[in-house]
Design a protein around this ligand. Structure first.
Ligand code: HEM
Length: 268
């Protein structure tokens, strides 16, 4: 909620600047503000809600998908090699600094399969929410009208009936059966009329990140050490806090933490 307040404050400023400016912009905020091009008139609160939804739904999903795809690529060097070959071949068709475009993105068949497989195994979004508008019968059970239901897509993602050897990282399954992505059990981006509107944009962001990452960098498991170390630090802090509370020293612990945080800041 605190984060939302900060974002709303920034948005209010941007909207005021946009309204005061005579420059016509071509972006989502301009569309939401109307600019005289649309019959829909949203009030300020509705506009902020829409921008907030886009920021919220578009940020965590893309960053987590990118991170988990890298993790699986790291764990499967042969797959990383095949993916890198796809991107190096693409680079050869372009001038050195020429950016990738929509056609390049559409040609990244193996990359798409890798991202889908990482999204399936890591279950970036664990489920979707729905509300029944009428009584629904499902396998002999009745879900009454008006119920809110949560469809756990993680379970579907690991179902061996849909994905043989479900715990194996196997991008080729998406190439062998092209229709897999549009099956009614594939909920990586939700389904029906509420399916994620940012699907292709999100796929594009992850694909372009991978493109520049694998064509310009190599990476090693050093990161895991960092994650392990930070994990140990976190765990020790919690244990210390727990002990401090137990022995009535939580105030001293809080002061010590603040001093420690200040000290680490001033060292930078
Ligand atoms: C890899 C990245 C992404 C994944 C895995 C993902 C996944 C999902 C899923 C599972 C849903 C629920 C759909 C449903 O209820 O049927 C959803 C909804 C939504 N997503 Fe994404 N998403 C991604 C990227 C994005 C991006 C980049 C944007 C926009 C910039 C975005 C905007 C939205 C919005 C606005 C909704 C709500 C749609 C509605 O309720 O009508 N998503 N997303």
């Amino acid at each position: 909620m605190k984060g939302r307040k900060i974002i709303i404050r920034i948005l209010k400023q941007i909207v005021a600047e946009r309204r005061a400016s005579s420059t016509v912009q071509d972006n989502i905020l301009a569309e939401l503000l109307g600019n005289g091009r649309t019959k829909f008139h949203l009030n300020e609160e509705q506009i902020f809600d829409q921008v907030f939804t886009l920021l919220h739904s578009g940020y965590e999903t893309v960053s987590t998908t990118s991170m988990m795809t890298l993790k699986y690529l790291h764990d499967h060097p042969k797959i990383l090699e095949e993916l890198r070959e796809e991107h190096l071949a693409l680079r050869e068709r372009k001038r050195p600094e020429e950016p990738i475009d929509w056609n390049d993105f559409n040609s990244m068949r193996f990359t798409r399969a890798v991202i889908l497989e990482a999204s399936r195994l890591a279950s970036i979004v664990n489920g979707v929410l729905r509300k029944t508008v009428k009584d629904v019968e499902l396998n002999g059970f009745i879900i009454p009208k008006g119920w809110r239901i949560y469809v756990s897509t993680t379970n579907i993602n690991y179902d061996p009936l849909h994905y043989p050897e479900p715990f194996k990282f196997n991008p080729w399954r998406w190439l062998a059966d092209k229709s897999l992505e549009s099956h009614n059990f594939c909920f990586l981006f939700g389904g029906g009329p509420r399916q994620c509107p940012g699907k292709e944009f999100g796929m594009f962001l992850v694909s372009s990140f991978l493109h520049y990452f694998v064509t310009r960098y190599s990476f090693a498991a050093f990161l895991y050490c960092l994650i392990d170390i930070s994990g140990i630090l976190y765990a020790s802090t919690y244990i210390l806090f727990f002990l401090a509370v137990l022995f009535g020293q939580s105030e001293s612990f809080a002061k010590a933490s603040i001093l420690f945080a200040d000290g680490s800041k001033s060292k930078k």
